[in-house]
Design a protein around this ligand. Sequence first.
Ligand SMILES: [Zn+2]
Length: 102
Amino acid sequence: MKQVYVGAHTLDAELVRGLLESRGIHAVVRGAALFSLRGEVPMTAETLPTVWVDESDHQRVREIIEDYHGGGTASRVGARAWVCPRCREWLEPQFTSCWRCV
Ligand SMILES: [Zn+2]
């Protein structure tokens, strides 16, 4: 297995995993349990949830993840959950602004 993504939080990693699974790529999330311990353990890459795939799918996975991150197409906006760029809070698609930053 190869690590292909580090999520800002568990839902972020789970969203990427779901995206890959929907394209027929087997993916797993690791470290999600550790993530819930944040605040009690030092915050490092090891405590963030990560997404792993089979080595052979790596190239395709990169493209899918780049599309997920860099896309920013109009059809995406308002259609799916998003992450506040300021505080990294996870927000449902029906919210147009971050409740935490307002
Ligand atoms: Zn925010």
